[in-house]
Design a protein around this ligand. Structure first.
Ligand code: T4K
Length: 402
């Protein structure tokens, strides 16, 4: 454990870890089952297009979430694009800026204007009061994001959508396995979208899914993800190729077999961070309540520079030097990324909480490749940095000038 600032790797000390620790290291499900599935796929010579593993995967996910329809896709970005189009969103759609850029891109890609809305600084999710203020005659929908798996008060947002005649989609990329008031995420709004990207705690290599209880919407989405084909030569809709492959579905089925274990490891890691960071001045873990199902997949710390004496970006630099590849998700906010910063150069004026939070939060490594010993070491570095932040800051500035 490092006890003096001269031991920090930014000042020439030996890095705390010889191998890089990542935030999004993929979890691997039941390997034996996956190998079996792989041989089945090869023997069956059915690789994609409504294969039996995709159908089983869709059935299992729909059942788990208590939703009537699950349509598996090649990734969540395409799933969002298709759901947006199937819902006939157009004009303006209200979204948070505090999200992965895919949420905004999935609108802009089809020339729908993402209208960035501010967040509640406590939950880091869309602030319902702010949503109401962003509604204009051109608004057709809302996309709420369950950031880091914390539900974006879906019942409240549903009420706003209903009262204003708006379509409602949830980007649930982070919220697989989470619940809100006893109901699984996946069951809210007109539809919800999961991501099963490799960096998600539950992955299908690449993948995503749209969940909905509306039969006509499910049917439209199914057509759209397969070029609009109904039968062999009959195209009845504009479509694209959003299909999930059999091998991706097989990876998903193998992952479902170990899902509880992945969540248990994430929970253990989160609790270890929580215990080791207790009393560290100016470093606060964003809470996960125990009253709902959680996946604990993102361990997010907020750095209060006024108490640590050192800003978040320097802390991230220090961690990287130690081979701890902490991430600044979702800095600098979509509104400061292209094309949005050119389209809406003054968007920041309406996003004071987003602007502040994106400069303070940092995602820390977790998942099955990170053990409690590593977490204790990371927290030891954070404690040292927080307790001697002012001095470290001065020293880092002096090194930068030299
Ligand atoms: N909506 C939201 C709210 C999202 O967060 C995302 C994706 C989406 C929509 C779109 O979902 P998809 O279309 O991707 O299904 C990553 C992921 O690429 C992205 O899926 C995810 N959110 C986002 C939060 O994180 P990057 O660019 O930060 O990932 P990358 O490649 O730097 O990977 C993170 C770390 O994981 C690396 O340090 C290395 C490690 N890694 C990564 C991969 C891919 C591995 O160890 N093995 C791997 O195979 O975006």
């Amino acid at each position: 454990m490092k006890t003096s600032i001269d031991e920090l790797a930014v000042f020439g000390g030996r890095p705390a870890f010889s191998e890089k620790l990542h935030v999004g290291r993929p979890n691997v499900g039941d390997r034996e089952a996956l190998t079996r599935y792989f041989h089945d796929i090869l023997d069956r010579r059915w690789f994609t297009n409504k294969g039996p593993y995709v159908e089983e995967f869709e059935r299992r996910i729909a059942e788990m979430m208590g939703v009537k329809y699950c349509i598996a896709m090649c990734n969540a970005t395409i799933a969002l694009e298709i759901a947006i189009r199937a819902l006939d969103m157009k004009g303006e759609v209200i979204v948070p800026s505090m999200t992965f850029v895919a949420t905004a891109h999935s609108l802009q890609w089809q020339e729908i204007t993402p209208v960035f809305c501010d967040i509640d600084p406590e939950t880091c999710n869309l602030d319902p009061a702010a949503i109401e203020k962003m509604i204009t005659p051109r608004t057709t929908g809302i996309i709420g994001v369950h950031l880091w798996g914390r539900p974006c008060v879906p019942d409240v947002v549903e009420g706003i959508a209903r009262r204003n005649g708006l379509k409602l989609l949830f980007d649930a990329a982070h919220a697989f396995g989470c619940s809100y008031r006893g109901r699984m995420i996946g069951a809210f709004g007109d539809a919800e979208v999961f991501s099963f990207h490799a960096t998600k705690f539950f992955n299908t290599f690449e993948g995503g899914a749209v969940l909905t209880n509306r039969p006509e919407l499910a049917e439209r989405i199914r057509l759209m993800k397969n070029f609009g084909f109904q039968g062999y030569d009959n195209v009845i809709y504009i479509g694209t190729n959003g299909k999930m492959t059999e091998i991706c579905a097989a990876m998903g089925l193998a992952g479902l077999a170990r899902l509880d274990e992945f969540i248990a490891v994430n929970r253990r890691n989160y609790r270890t961070y929580e215990a080791c960071l207790a009393g560290v001045p100016g470093v606060r873990l964003l809470p996960y309540g125990d009253d709902e199902k959680q996946n604990y997949q993102y361990v997010v710390a907020e750095i209060d520079e006024t108490r640590t004496g050192i800003e978040r970006d320097m802390v991230v630099g220090i961690l990287h030097a130690e081979n701890v590849l902490a991430r600044r998700y979702f800095y600098p906010g979509c509104h400061r990324m292209e094309p949005y910063r050119s389209y809406f150069p003054h968007a920041a004026l309406l996003l004071p909480h987003t602007e502040r939070i994106v400069r303070r939060v940092v995602s820390l490594p977790t998942g099955t490749s990170v053990d409690p010993g590593a977490i204790a070491e990371i927290c030891g570095i954070l404690r040292l940095v927080s307790e001697q932040g002012g001095e470290i800051r001065k020293k880092m500035q002096a090194v930068a000038i030299r």
